[in-house]
Design a protein around this ligand. Structure first.
Ligand SMILES: [Zn+2]
Length: 312
């Protein structure tokens, strides 16, 4: 992480011909990055961080005028509750992320990839109480329009953690349906089980696979069920031909776009910090892969985002 920070923010892309929505971003994390490489107006002093207002302005200048801010731990959910009231460009999603759920449940397993989780003070709250807090935030704030991200992370979870994630996912599905909100799914190496739970429990009317990472067969399941697939930077990575094939399986009205900032920066800036102003690279990749005019892709992406989350 430290090394990528030193490489600084990528340059701003050319503006899009029509405004689009970044339907999944974590501004509370984005705003922690230093201003390295940020244009010097206002002056980027040493050690200065780039604030949310600057990110919103820079995004708007390239056509990314609206976003869904995702707060998926207790601290971030509270941050999101405030931010969507303060900034008309933002709607919100809140949840307890599957890897957070494991920590709230007091499960301590070293992940299959070797990551040893580091519990924070917020994890002293039980998982049930944490999900109740998410419910209270979502219910009290009309600008929270989705429950997410929730789902399964088989990449990070050991056997006990997977059980916790399954229970937490099901509780979030029920909550989205109860509140009439969209659902944003985190599915990491767990396609079959995510689909099975959605089909068994009944998916919310508007269900979005955030940072879609499936192949053509998952895209077909999504198409059959009317589930939305949101593409992030990886659709532009040279090695990900399978992801591009999956994108071609989908009708335009089920395709969405996101940065998932501060992660997954679009090609050729992989490994550098990500923010909503870098969304146009992924929008252009979608247009290229699907062979459609950029202006039509932008119009469809905006229309779809409004149909999923309602108006801003
Ligand atoms: Zn995310």
């Amino acid at each position: 992480m430290a090394r990528t920070r030193e490489r600084g923010w990528p340059p701003a892309p050319d503006p899009l011909p029509l405004p689009v929505v970044d339907n999944h971003t974590h501004l509370e994390s984005v705003a922690e990055w230093l201003a390295d490489g940020w244009p010097a107006d206002p002056p980027a002093g040493a050690g200065r961080r780039v604030g949310v207002d600057e990110h919103l302005a820079r995004a708007a200048s390239v056509g990314v005028t609206r976003m869904v801010q995702v707060g998926c731990d207790l601290d971030a959910a509270r941050w999101t509750d405030r931010a969507v009231r303060e900034h008309p460009q933002l709607l919100g999603a809140v949840a307890i992320h599957p890897n957070e759920a494991v920590l709230h449940a007091g499960v301590h397993e070293v992940a299959p990839d070797g990551l040893d989780p580091d519990p924070q003070p917020r994890h002293a709250v039980s998982l049930d109480d944490a999900i109740d807090t998410v419910m209270l935030i979502a219910r009290a704030n009309p600008r929270i329009r989705a429950i997410g991200e929730t789902g399964l992370d088989h990449f990070r979870a050991g056997p006990r953690g997977r059980g916790v994630q399954r229970d937490s996912f099901r509780a979030h599905i029920a909550l989205a349906k109860e509140l009439g909100l969209a659902l944003q799914i985190h599915d990491r190496d767990a396609h079959a089980e995510v689909v099975q739970i959605l089909l068994n429990d009944g998916a919310p009317e508007r269900t979005v696979f955030h940072c879609f990472s499936g192949d053509t067969s998952l895209a077909q399941v999504a198409r059959e069920n009317g589930w939305f697939c949101s593409f992030a930077g990886p659709v532009s990575f040279p090695a990900n031909e399978g992801l591009r094939e999956a994108l071609r399986e989908l009708p335009p009205e089920l395709v969405m776009v996101e940065t998932d900032a501060p992660y997954l920066t679009v090609h050729p800036y992989r490994g550098r910090p990500n923010a909503p102003y870098l969304l146009p690279g992924t929008v252009r990749a979608i247009a290229e892969v699907t062979g459609r005019p950029l202006v039509d892709v932008c119009a469809d992406l905006s229309r779809t985002a409004e149909s999923v989350y309602g108006g801003w």
